[in-house]
Design a protein around this ligand. Sequence first.
Ligand SMILES: [Zn+2]
Length: 181
Amino acid sequence: MKRLFSPWRLDYVAGGGRRERGCVFCRAERSRDDRAVLVVARGRTHFVILNKYPYNNGHLMIVPRRHLASPSEATPAARAEMMDLLVRAEAALCAAYRPSGLNLGMNLGRAAGAGIEGHYHLHLVPRWDGDTNFMTVAHSTRVIPEALETTWQRLSDLLARPAGSPRRLPTRRAAGRGRPR
Ligand SMILES: [Zn+2]
């Protein structure tokens, strides 16, 4: 299954909800169907969700369960868990996709490009040598070769495993689970 996305809108069209009532992240938090809402892992204070309009295969976001505008509104324990989920998500992405690097980023406020204002989310975007940087891509389209359902299955399986030894970039793991074409 092939899809063509508009990557420069990745943080713009990811759901559209701007208030808690219509907030796509709050809906995902309340959902009991993780597959339907693309949630790949849930912690006590944060969950990990696929971007519905990914910039690259494996594009994840770490999102607080509460509708908070900034990590400054979260408790220290919640912030610690966000970092813990970040490490686990990095390991899962490395095992599944063997990226050469990762972009991590957060857009706080509309002026910074936040598409879902008021509910912060930390993006993790796998990168490969030779893939295009943000500035170049901002004026073109990209093909995302892997279907979101496949990505969801791979990453939710990996994140369900007990935390093993930390895996860092680059990794030689995941033989047979090749990088995206
Ligand atoms: Zn929300």
